[in-house]
Design a protein around this ligand. Structure first.
Ligand SMILES: [Zn+2]
Length: 201
């Protein structure tokens, strides 16, 4: 088996490689600098896994910017097994992308990243306009997240919801999504974001 990132042969370096068959080699895994961290929004913990720096920035760019769809399984290579068990009875709500950007890209980068969970996606949130959070002032950011709206109101009283995103920057997007989903009163809400920017640490 070859590493999805560097194409080197994957060597069995330990029990983990033997049991879980990660699609990446140990060297690439180390470069990703997996450092799990919980960030709190409105008292709800967001589980994140990687600082968004150097290697991760280029990896995400290759995946999302260069549309290298085949990289989707690398981000949770070492956590897939545990997350699949933890969220086995959850419904997945992806943080929405602007529809046009997604059509241009040809795939939903957030959904593909979390497809390994093998759980149904609930597309109940949409992004009306395109904006880059990082380029906006704090006030503008608060205003701009109102572009994210609920487009479906499925009954969720008996459902557990997992909101998923790729990178948490300021947290205001996830905060907005959390707020919109809370209105539907699901049984439980958890949040996972693959990476976090260092402004969050
Ligand atoms: Zn590799």
């Amino acid at each position: 088996m070859r590493c999805l990132i560097c194409f080197e042969q994957i060597l069995i370096t330990g029990i983990h490689t033997l049991l879980f068959h990660p699609p990446i080699c140990h060297r690439c895994f180390l470069k990703m600098n997996r450092t799990p961290k919980k960030i709190f929004i409105d008292g709800i913990p967001i589980q994140t896994f990687y600082p968004y720096e150097d290697f991760m920035i280029s990896l995400v760019y290759q995946y999302k910017g260069c549309r290298d769809f085949a990289l989707a399984p690398v981000f949770f290579a070492y956590d897939a097994f545990y997350l699949k068990i933890k969220y086995r009875d959850y419904w997945i709500v992806p943080v929405p992308s602007y529809k046009k950007s997604e059509e241009e890209r040809g795939f939903s980068h957030v959904k593909e990243m979390y497809r390994f969970l093998n759980r149904p996606f609930l597309d109940c949130l949409q992004k009306k306009e395109n904006f880059k959070q990082a380029n906006l002032s704090k006030e503008k950011r608060k205003e701009s997240v109102k572009n994210i709206q609920r487009c479906l109101d499925p009954p969720l009283q008996n459902k557990k919801i997992l909101i998923v995103d790729d990178i948490i920057t300021t947290g205001s997007t996830l905060q907005r999504c959390l707020h919109l989903m809370k209105d539907l009163k699901p049984k439980k809400i958890d949040i996972v974001a693959m990476a976090y920017t260092l402004s969050n640490s």
